[in-house]
Design a binder for this molecule. Structure first.
Ligand SMILES: Cc1cc2nc3c(=O)[nH]c(=O)nc-3n(C[C@H](O)[C@H](O)[C@H](O)COP(=O)(O)O)c2cc1C
Length: 359
């Protein structure tokens, strides 16, 4: 019955189509086993005519399969940059143990074949860290291959050597080896189906739709305020983003002045909210509009324009802290400092300095 079959993803990166040729053979081998289905996807869009209609996989969908056959070009005895970039986005899967116990197998397209075993081994390194069950080829099918020409058989997985044009590549035998690899992989994926924990729930936290959250909470991000001098709205260094904002709204300072002289506590709280919305807006720009990349609000510092004897800064700052926790939950919880100043630039009643950790 179709729904009991093992669902295998053949996940590739390919520049010129060599890996895709092998992927089709791997998929054929998988489907030759009546207990498995195969779907070929790529790690990123391609403009290559041969590849542009292959669907693109998301990291989120990986735990939904019963096994993954990974294919990539060999780049300097390693996996390709495209495959490496995709795998580097699977950190959340790793922390949630989402691929643990899932079978994986690898195949590669090389040029001359230099370093092909190193490259396959490098593939295994990443997948071993995920705790995947690595399915090798051994010498399966080797006895039947034409040994008078170079062939891409290896014990870890099938390869082809695209730049050896003595015969058409992949060779007939490389195609057969890939089919055998797929058939064997299907058998293992079916046998292990349902034996590992997918942990998809924890993973879903990652794909929180912050636009939806902002909408539900009626939070409208303002235009990113323009810098008033020779500086930038934010600076990113490593995974940290630094932002400083005052209570600017629609090009004017909202509720300006000194607390207890021109403005009262309620007005400063409103100005604090305006300031924190500016911070959020700049942060949103800094992460390219994808707030799910925010890992933690690390620290907020609130500076208030107060008289010398004022001591209630924490109450004012709670407006900012509550807003960031409302949006980000646990990730919004931060270290905090508050202080009073005798004046603040452009007569704002408040300034907020913020540090965020992002992906
Ligand atoms: C940056 C780079 C590094 C490469 N390094 C190797 C290598 O170390 N060994 C090798 O045999 N081929 C190497 N190649 C060639 C590719 O592996 C080869 O063209 C492969 O067939 C591409 O696969 P594709 O057709 O799926 O894109 C390299 C290619 C590139 C672009």
């Amino acid at each position: 019955m179709a729904q009991n079959k093992a669902k295998v993803l053949v996940l590739i990166h390919s520049d010129n189509g060599g890996t895709y040729e092998l992927a089709k053979e791997i998929a054929k081998g998988i489907e030759s086993d009546n207990n498995a289905t195969a779907i070929i996807k790529q790690v990123k869009e391609s403009q290559n005519q041969k590849l542009k209609n292959i669907p693109v996989a998301t990291v989120d969908e990986l735990p939904a399969y019963d096994g993954i056959a990974f294919g990539s070009p060999v780049y300097f005895g390693n996996i390709s940059t495209g495959m490496s970039e995709f795998l580097s986005k699977t950190v959340n899967l790793w922390t949630n143990h989402s691929l643990e116990g899932m079978p994986a197998t690898v195949f590669m397209s090389a040029g001359s074949g230099a370093g092909k075993e190193l490259a396959l081994q490098a593939f295994w390194n990443s997948l071993a860290v995920h705790g995947m069950v690595l399915v090798s080829n051994g010498i399966r099918g080797n006895e039947k291959i034409d040994k008078s020409i170079p062939q891409g058989n290896t014990v870890l997985g099938t390869t082809t050597m695209a730049s050896l044009k003595d015969v058409e590549r992949p060779t007939k035998d490389e195609r057969i080896l890939a089919q055998l690899q797929g058939k064997n992989f299907a058998k293992i994926a079916f046998a292990l189906k349902g034996t590992f924990n997918r942990k998809e729930v924890a993973f879903n936290e990652k794909s929180t739709d912050f636009n939806q959250i902002l909408k539900e909470k009626n939070i409208i991000l303002p235009q990113v305020p323009k810098p008033a001098g020779n500086y930038k709205p934010f600076v990113r260094t490593g995974n940290l983003i630094f932002i400083n904002q005052v209570a600017s709204k629609d090009g004017k300072i909202f509720n300006p002045g000194k607390l207890g002289v021109e403005v009262n506590e309620q007005q400063v709280k409103e100005a604090t909210k305006v300031t924190m919305l500016n911070v959020l807006s700049v942060l949103n720009e800094a992460v390219g509009g994808d707030l799910s990349k925010v890992k933690q609000c690390v620290q907020l510092t609130g500076i208030f324009n107060t008289k010398d004897d004022y001591t209630n800064h924490a109450v004012l700052m709670n407006t900012a802290s509550d807003l960031i926790v409302e949006v980000f939950g646990e990730k919004g919880k931060h270290a905090r400092a508050t202080l009073g100043a005798s004046s603040i630039p452009v007569n704002s009643s408040v300034e907020i300095q913020a540090i965020f950790e992002v992906e």
